[in-house]
Design a protein around this ligand. Structure first.
Ligand code: ACM
Length: 260
């Protein structure tokens, strides 16, 4: 399977320009799975719920339309972040598109910092989707801090975790080595670059998007400060065998009776 990520530098509030930038980074790419950052078309650092609402989408909005087009052009299952509106609530969501079909959406369950002032916490179960011969789960950025997220996706059968991100703290890329090692699953952390200074926040987004292998090997690591797209060829079925030696099965050896 050819899988990869696109690392962009969103301009706050400029969806059309951000779509064009991502389209130019994806030009000529053919893949089976492509992951884009969290909130890749809107920017991240909101100053109020009203401001975020102004960039939110319901149902089949412009971000869905863009990702549909990207999927049709690249042949890939495409995952990317957007602001999802339902009635008076907004969610920090990711959507998975394949061709002209919406496969599913995920609403971030662990909101970071002031995201809690505008977004509602995710209210739908973590899901794994069987698409194009892959079992794909989604989680978003700060979900990495909660190992239960990746573990739940893997217990539900995920071979690969699509991880749209807007990282502002260190260690995620290092932690994803452990997330993959302890679950024997692949992960694609698609991060953004750039700086946003708005409403009292000053965020430097750390780039370094990463494709991590089922054995914790870093298969691809993006520059820290450049827009970038990368795909690599993986054997997704390496995630099916949870044995690390003849005696240790990472899932079968769990001692649930000892855990909280
Ligand atoms: C984050 O969850 N975007 C830090």
């Amino acid at each position: 399977m050819i899988v990869g990520y696109i690392q962009n530098a969103p301009r706050f509030g400029e969806k059309k320009a951000n779509f064009e930038e991502v389209a130019s980074l994806a030009k000529g790419l053919k893949a089976d799975l492509l992951v884009l950052p969290e909130l890749f078309a809107t920017g991240y650092t909101f100053t109020s719920k009203e401001e975020a609402l102004g960039l939110a989408e319901t149902g089949d909005g412009p971000t869905t339309a863009f990702l549909r087009q990207l999927s049709l052009e690249t042949g890939a299952v495409v995952v990317g972040g957007f602001i999802e509106q339902e009635k008076d609530r907004i969610y920090n969501s990711a959507i998975m598109m394949y061709g002209d079909k919406e496969i599913g959406t995920y609403r971030k369950i662990h909101l970071f910092n002031r995201e809690k002032l505008w977004f509602s916490p995710g209210d739908k179960p973590l899901e794994v989707y069987q698409v194009k011969g892959m079992a794909i789960g989604m989680m978003i950025c700060f979900d990495w801090f909660f190992p239960e997220t990746a573990r739940t996706l893997v217990l539900k059968g995920a071979q690969i975790i699509a991880h749209p991100s807007n990282l502002v703290m260190p260690y995620c890329q290092t932690a994803m080595v452990t997330r993959c090692l302890e679950n024997r699953a692949f992960a694609i952390t698609a991060n953004r670059i750039g700086r946003e200074t708005r409403g009292g926040d000053d965020f430097n987004f750390t780039g370094g998007s990463q494709l991590t292998g089922f054995d914790g090997t870093i298969l691809s690591s993006a520059p820290l400060d450049k827009q970038y797209a990368k795909t690599i060829d993986i054997d997704i079925h390496n995630a099916d065998n949870k044995l690390i030696n003849p005696y240790n099965d990472l899932i079968g050896d769990r001692r649930e009776d000892f855990y909280y």
